[in-house]
Design a protein around this ligand. Structure first.
Ligand SMILES: [Zn+2]
Length: 236
């Protein structure tokens, strides 16, 4: 209303006025908060001067907790030892393993579901081809359920192929921002800036296109092996 009346009067915006900018997210969302449980790292990082040809440390993936009024969802359970997963969940959110009712796995690489069995009371979900690949391994005590489109009536399941062909990310609104939990569709912040895929990528061209799509959708990106960051392709 203020902008409209100024325009009607022919007034210029005052000096120092905030340029018009809108976050992509909606204020109204079933997601009430989200937290990183573990901040991931790569086994080798070319942006740290390390060769792609050899791992120099164990990889841990970024694990995210997303909470709504009716759900507590873990994305990519990252820690192999139950006592470690228990400690991080307590340290970061004050929760117990049994408090988690849903787990989503972005893709079938082992470091993204190594902690899945710690959440034995939860329902396990993945996109259909990811669920099929994992269920075929017979390494899990119960089936991962296939899900597409939307999860918990709160979160969009977005195909982000490239790193693997069946890779899926999650997108949700929280506090007016659009957040994408990208799994390995985005390895780290530096890989994102350069639109580069990790060395083990299945299809580099598809991966770059998925990153562009994430750039169109997200205010905040949660990469697979790094802290979260603002999508600076936003027109600030
Ligand atoms: Zn991966």
């Amino acid at each position: 209303m203020i902008a409209a009346s100024r325009k009607a009067l022919g007034a210029e915006p005052t000096a120092g006025a905030v340029p018009s900018f809108r976050w992509k997210g909606k204020k109204n969302s079933r997601v009430k908060r989200w937290d990183l449980i573990t901040i991931g790292n790569l086994s080798r990082n070319r942006y740290w001067g390390e060769s792609d040809s050899q791992g120099v440390r164990s990889a841990i993936c970024t694990c995210t907790l997303i909470q709504g009024g009716m759900f507590r969802l873990i994305v990519d359970p990252s820690l192999a030892k139950a006592e470690q997963m228990t400690a991080e969940l307590d340290r970061r959110a004050g929760l117990k393993l049994r408090d988690i009712d849903t787990v989503f796995v972005t893709h079938e690489h082992g470091d993204h579901w190594v902690g899945l069995t710690h959440f034995s009371d939860a329902k396990w979900f993945a996109a259909p081809n990811v669920a099929a690949a994992l269920n075929k391994t017979n390494k899990l005590p119960k089936l991962i359920e296939a899900v597409a489109g939307r999860l918990l009536d709160a979160i969009d399941i977005v195909p982000t192929p490239g790193h693997t062909l069946s890779h899926h990310s999650l997108r949700f609104d929280c506090e007016g921002m659009s957040v994408i939990v990208a799994g390995d569709a985005v390895a780290t912040r530096e890989f994102w800036r350069e639109r580069q895929a990790y060395y083990s990528c299945m299809d580099f061209e598809l991966s770059a296109r998925s990153m562009d799509q994430i750039g169109d959708l997200a205010d905040i990106v949660v990469p697979g092996h790094d802290n979260y960051f603002l999508n600076q392709t936003n027109p600030l």
